[in-house]
Ligand binder design. Structure first.
Ligand code: HEC
Ligand code: HEC
Length: 301
């Protein structure tokens, strides 16, 4: 049974891949499920494209229960609740269309969500218009106001040191671990909003071309922890971290990506390496992370 279904999955995925090549620019609805009256032309085109490319994972009803879903971890997004990880907008708010478009172009790293770069811009616009029909939220709410990101501050050892202290102070380590390996005291207890187990990101896992789910630049990294990944235990820190301090944290996080070449790592190395960051004040905290586990376990979602 298992092998048969796995084979089916492969065939589906191959069919989808060739489908992309064959079907660019096409995509008036094939009519199943019958589009509701009142769909715009764009939504109708998006519907056809969705049935061709997305339905196997995200499901006919957009609830994330497509045929492939049982074999996929993390699960495909449920569009009926309109909760998205990758946003430029504050936690709890709807993303901008441009956020969703970026996600389609980029794909979602460390998940089965492919990049849809081969499609045309119009195809992507139509797909976004269509997936928004799955949730009433898009009719009753406006997307959030994008968070403001000040120009990046200089990368120097003082900034990295402040970022390190912030990582301690706001307790990123409880989930991500002291070295950012995704193995903090709370790591094994975490679940997402659909009760699926979820692991914190391991910064050391990134190779030299390492990407995050929600982007690749320092600005993307800034945005990730200042907007949070909605639907997961990864919270927004916009209320506790000041805009310029957030740049310090970005600089420190880059030094945790030990297999990725970066200015931040060079600066740290020149200053004597990671051990120079272990100040006496936070040593005791380092040694007894278990004390405060319960705090995050209850507060994380
Ligand atoms: C092979 C399975 C698969 C296919 C096909 C697929 N997706 Fe996804 N998609 C996923 C998974 C899995 C996630 C969740 C990733 C995560 O949570 O890290 C996702 C997430 C998303 C998200 C949410 C990103 C966020 O910020 O939370 C959007 C939007 C999306 N997909 C749109 C699409 C569209 C549009 C199509 C068709 C063009 C499509 N997907 C096809 C598996 C798929
Ligand atoms: C309550 C636990 C928890 C805390 C506290 C936490 N994180 Fe996370 N973080 C997570 C989880 C879980 C994920 C993985 C989410 C996913 O895979 O969708 C994650 C993912 C991330 C990612 C990767 C996102 C991507 O796009 O791939 C970054 C960067 C990150 N966290 C930074 C931080 C920083 C910086 C802090 C402290 C300011 C922090 N986290 C605090 C749980 C946490």
């Amino acid at each position: 049974m298992m092998t048969i279904r796995k084979t089916c999955l492969c065939i589906l995925l191959i069919a989808m891949a060739t489908g992309i090549a064959l079907a660019q620019g096409s995509g008036i609805s094939s009519g199943y499920p019958t589009p509701r009256n009142g769909f715009s032309v764009s939504e109708q085109r998006g519907h056809g494209l969705y049935l061709r490319y997305c339905v196997y994972c995200h499901g006919v009803y957009g609830d994330g229960n497509g045929d492939n879903a049982p074999f996929i971890d993390p699960k495909p997004r449920d569009f009926t609740i309109a909760t998205f990880k990758c946003r430029s907008t504050p936690t709890g708010t709807l993303p901008l269309d441009s956020d969703l478009i970026h996600t389609l172009v980029r794909g979602v790293e460390t998940s089965n969500m492919p990049s849809w770069r081969p499609l045309s811009d119009e195809n992507r616009d139509d797909l976004i218009a269509y997936i928004k029909t799955f949730s009433e939220r898009w009719k009753t709410e406006k997307p959030g106001e994008p968070i403001k990101i000040p120009p990046e501050t200089p990368v120097d050892i003082a900034s990295i040191r402040r970022g390190h202290d912030l990582f301690e102070k706001v307790e990123c380590w409880k989930c991500h671990g002291q070295q950012g390996h995704g193995d903090g005291p709370s790591a094994s207890t975490l679940t997402d909003s659909k009760d699926q187990p979820i692991r914190p990101y391991n910064f050391a896992s990134a190779g030299n071309d390492g990407r995050f789910k929600c982007g690749v630049t320092n600005e993307d990294l800034y945005r990730i922890f200042m907007t949070g990944l909605d639907g997961t235990p990864m919270p927004s820190f916009a209320d506790v971290i000041q805009p310029n301090d957030a740049w310090d944290l970005v600089h420190y996080l880059r030094t945790l990506q030990v297999n990725r070449r970066s200015k931040e790592r060079e600066v740290l190395k020149a200053a004597g390496g990671p051990t120079t960051l272990k100040t006496p004040e936070n040593k005791s905290e380092n040694n007894s992370p278990a004390n405060s586990t319960t705090l995050v376990r209850s507060g994380g979602r």
